[in-house]
Write a protein that binds this ligand. Sequence first.
Ligand code: MG
Length: 248
Amino acid sequence: MLIKTTIFKLFIFFLIIPFIIFSQKSKDTEIWEPIPKEVYSSSDSAPPNDAIILFDGSDLSKWTAKWSNKESGWQINEDGSVTVVLDGSGGIKTKESFGSVQLHIEWKTSEDTSHKNQKRSNSGVFLQNRYEIQILDSYKSPTYVNGQAGSVYKQYIPLVNSTRKPGEWQSYDIIFDAPKFNSQGNKIKSGYFTVFHNGILIHNHVEILGTTQNVGPPKNIAHGDAPISLQNHCCSQVSFRNIWVRKL
Ligand code: MG
């Protein structure tokens, strides 16, 4: 019996195991299709060739005023940027609606630092017109940290404060995974944000809790694709340039 068991073990060890190991091939775990689409970009901030250009410095033809759907009164500058006009006309929103996207946007806060806290170049990037990544001058300018630059407003504090000095151009690269709702109006999948501020990770796949309310808890009212909007808050100016988006 002992001899039989030993022979069996040797059989397993010298024949079966090597057979299993050597019958596995690298090719078994290779995936060749579908082949990822080739996409090119000439620099880190230049739009890839499959991006939708939302603002290239020439006009705001892809945008309307946020509340009236009329042409926006924001000021186009000779350097290819656009500046918020603080005339009470509100923010701007894209004419096109979007679901999940990769968004690149560059922005600059005002060198006028006479205002403090939330009044210092407050704006924001709203995905689906509801979920705000805060824009603010947070360079050595204290405010509540879940409302500082880069915060998912009132939901997530940025991992670090990457804010540059007033008057210097900065960037956000936002990966937005849109929430989903069923026909009964219930949220069946949360949305998520991953965000880079000036190339530095400040949110790593955080779950969006609902709308980014200034007052009260987040709300989860069913919606579909919706515009990207830029906030006109107060009280010192903010400028934008080089805005592009890729649908995901
Ligand atoms: Mg804001």
